[in-house]
Write a protein that binds this ligand. Sequence first.
Ligand code: SUG
Length: 445
Amino acid sequence: MKAIEANYDGLIGPTHNYGGLSAGNLASATNKDQISHPREAALQGLEKMKMLADAGLVQGVLPPQERPFLPLLRDAGFTGTDHQLITKAAVQAPALLRAASSAAAMWTANAATISPSADTNDGRMHASAANLTSMLHRSIEAAQTARALRAAFPDPAHFAIHPALPPQDSFADEGAANHVRLCADHGAPGVELFVYGREAGEAPALRFPARQTLLAAQSLARRHGLDPTRTVFARQSAKAIEAGAFHNDVVCVGARTCLFYHQHAFADTAAMQDDICRAADGLFEPLFVEVAEDEVSLDDAIRSYLFNAMLVAWPGEERLVLIAPDECRQTPSVERYCARLVAGNGPIGRVHFIDVRQSMRNGGGPACLRLRVVMTPAQLKAANGAMRLDAALYQNLKNWINSHYRETLAPADIADPCLLDEGRVALDKLTGLLALGTDFYPFQR
Ligand code: SUG
């Protein structure tokens, strides 16, 4: 058996809601204060996982985090019982309570950056939890994310799980959403592409925040022991960030030897291509599939999330499969482009559309919901098997969602302290289903 690429998806948590918390993420801003459907959201995510598991791909599950995150409220000076913290914050600091209640850890493309063992100098897989410092509601994820990664990949002989980079603006890091790995084969040495929006210390020049710094990217490459000749750093274009591409994975996705991206994704596309070709020399021939502005405008690409698709080597299919959101079918230029794409003889042979609408309404497409983890057979064996989706776990999770999740959540419901209790009961059960031990969540300790 050769190395495989697994997808670890975040289970969408019971507090999934539309808080309008992410400046520069147009869907988040547009849907602020809408009524959300946590149960439907979690089931949509679970069905996506099942589809990939049914295809024969390795599918992992990462648990939601506990929300509301009470340490944030305590740090902000609220005191009293857990329920009192929530009711006081709801009156005195509703925006803070919204941030503390976000289920954003569901987007595991932002959980960490992962370098497979074929690329690292000690032959271990390296993962660094992302500090997510750019947004308050996401900056509270890192410690529990590192815990979840250690639970999923426990053996230090195979896996090096690093804590997040220092939680400071110069090190702003949003994980795999700004990282692409190209390779001839998953288990062969590859080229790691890190995309950044600004340099540390650079004065903010844009209306929207650039969430990844070059310093963070370089630090990750150093920590992971990557070969500098096989590592590329490319700057995201200001135009893309201004148009709402708050992460590079909104305008670019890559798999195997193929990089699929919008004409305006990078500040200097020619330099990016040259650098990748040089880094891949002797390993593989990169295939660049660039979508021109006059085929699909940047606005249409961001509205439809064409590039926030999963690009997958599907068992039994020669060409790559693009798993794209349903919204691509509702955007005429994108629908036409997809038809042309698969009719051509390029590296992408099929587009499969899926419904992840509840997540999409917060700016999270299929690619945001998964963290790619390349593992050798020995690493796969060493990974926590209870976090791997099979028919039994699928059924257990479906029952679990159906019995613990609310059907709807309105903005005012965030102030309801019962949500905390319901979440705790649910998460306590989940730790059993995923073999996470009895002290995985802070409330269990
Ligand atoms: O960080 N949305 C997420 C979406 C993350 C998408 N991830 C990738 N592109 N990889 C974010 O902006 C919105 C939450 C709210 O508004 O309630 C939010 O956090």
